[in-house]
Design a protein around this ligand. Structure first.
Ligand code: DAH
Length: 344
């Protein structure tokens, strides 16, 4: 018995394995059902009391040594197994994923929102599938008013009284805000809008707007002008000037279109501003008393201003992109140009 134990002990001592598979084979050879250590235990069982006493401790020590050796080899094999058949080191870090960049429209939308947040505006949102009431009626578009034709609407249902439609502008969020929020109100409403337009360099059937609304006692056109001037300077640079041209929107009175001085030629005239020195950026005006009234606000006590701008348009002017379609085609060469613009 002693000789058999010594033999196995020296085999164990010399045992070397190159892989987990070899360790498992060795384990079976020594400790498996038909393994050499197991066989000794079988033999041991048949010993009488005296011999059991004599060999018990040794045979147990042998088993422990075998178990310990196999464990030690297993740990070693796990390390060497990281080298696969090709010799590659599997512990090497994997190929990194290149970090994506934010979409230019998201970057500019966020810049617009951040500028107005600094002025104390909060963000309001509303549904993209809206009803006629919130997109048109409450904004002072009477039924069959030709202004409804200006915004080529996608209808979702043709309910006669209040059909569902894809909102054509984010002005609908003004209405929802006036209906639900306590006065005074100071919000910007960023969102996606939809119009049934032929897709071209200058028009798309999906685009983004940011709407603004400020309602309080004693808000005047001078406040509107100041807010927009500050916005324009934050967005296009401190030298920027604005001008307002009279315009018409059913939901504002008076209404204006806002131009900023061309940031490329500094007002001298270039092909971006078509020689005028000015670039149109948004519509705005004093909220029409009918609009206030429709949402239960007394126009004799409160007044307010509103404005609305296209995010793609602002982005095009900021980065001199000459074709709106770039924003929707997801050409990586275009999108990667904005990688460094993220921190702004
Ligand atoms: N809703 C207008 C549009 O989509 C933009 C607009 C103009 C919004 C004037 C306003 C505003 O709030 O006062 O063309």
């Amino acid at each position: 018995m002693n000789a058999a134990i010594d033999k196995i002990l020296s085999e164990l001592e010399e045992l070397k394995c190159k892989s987990a598979k070899e360790v498992e084979e060795a384990r079976i050879r020594f400790l498996g059902k038909k393994g050499s250590v197991t066989a000794l235990f079988e033999e041991f069982k048949s010993f009488d009391k005296e011999r059991k006493k004599e060999f018990g401790a040794r045979i147990n020590a042998l088993k422990n040594a075998a178990v310990a050796k196999i464990e030690q080899l297993k740990a070693g094999a796990a390390e060497s197994d990281v080298q696969d058949a090709s010799g590659a080191d599997l512990t090497m870090p994997g190929d990194g994923f290149a970090l994506g960049s934010r979409h230019p429209v998201s970057i500019v939308r966020q810049q617009i929102v951040d500028i107005f947040r600094k002025f104390g505006y909060s963000v309001a949102e509303g549904p993209e599938i809206e009803d006629d009431y919130h997109v048109f009626e409450a904004l002072n578009f009477p039924p069959n008013h030709p202004a409804r034709e200006m915004q080529d609407t996608f209808f979702v249902s043709n309910g006669h009284l209040n059909p569902l439609l894809l909102r054509t502008h984010t002005s609908s969020v003004q209405v929802r805000t006036m209906e639900t929020q306590p006065l005074p109100i100071r919000v910007v409403c960023p969102g996606r809008v939809f119009r049934n337009e032929a897709i071209s360099a200058r028009a798309h059937c999906i685009f983004h707007q940011v709407e603004g609304l400020y309602i309080d006692k004693g808000v005047t056109f001078a406040d509107l002008k100041q807010a927009i001037l500050l916005f324009a300077r934050e967005m296009f640079g401190p030298e920027t000037e604005i001008r307002m041209r009279p315009s018409y929107f059913p939901f504002t009175e008076p209404s204006a279109e806002v131009d900023v001085s061309c940031n490329i030629c500094k007002g001298k005239g270039c092909n971006i501003c078509k020689g005028t020195g000015w670039l149109e950026i948004m519509g705005c005006g004093m909220v029409d008393p009918n609009v206030l009234r429709a949402s239960g606000i007394d126009p004799d006590v409160y007044s307010g201003f509103a404005f609305g701008m296209g995010v793609e348009r602002i982005a095009m002017l900021k980065w001199q992109v000459n074709d709106l379609r770039h924003y929707f085609e997801n050409d990586l060469r275009f999108l990667r140009e904005f990688q460094t613009a993220v921190e702004v």
